[in-house]
Design a protein around this ligand. Sequence first.
Ligand code: IMP
Ligand code: MG
Length: 180
Amino acid sequence: MLHKDVFEKLMSEEELAQTVSALAERISADYAGRELIVVGVLKGSVMFFADLFRRLTLDECQMDFMAASSYGSGAASSGKITLTKDITCNVIGRDVLIVEDILDTGNTLSYLRDYLLEKGAASVKICTLFDKPSRRKKPITADYTGRVVEDLFIVGYGLDYSEHYRNLPYVGVLKAEIYS
Ligand code: IMP
Ligand code: MG
């Protein structure tokens, strides 16, 4: 039922694993010898987060999670962001890396980044598995990007459409007739 709605496989399990390993290598090199708090944005980043975090070779890294809602559960995000789950660790004076599934308009990540900086983080960088730069509304770029995608709606490997398809082990492009 699920797979028939996806018309094109964008990234296979093998390609995802390669992309995640390459990102983990870069992050591990950049933060070598430092302590890092890695904050996953629920729920879309769970698979990516789990695969990325276990590949970090840092001696000191902690995990934490946040969730934000932007009203509406469809294909488009409204501009208004609400924090629905906060982190539990103290970020004052710490280096933080936000891990997100996809950077779209940028509303969510600019809100979360500003929030963590206001909480006193020494630095806040962003790692996103996917980036749709053509849809950007806020001036924000990721420090680590897995793959740039066109203005298509993608699902799987944690990414959803109205809470569906998160369990697909690969990432596919959703047929436009499903969300239009
Ligand atoms: P932004 O605030 O517009 O950047 O939206 C980011 C959020 O929108 C992501 O965390 C996703 O939950 C969702 N989103 C945007 N594009 C897609 C997509 O193609 N597939 C699944 N979710 C998406
Ligand atoms: Mg999401």
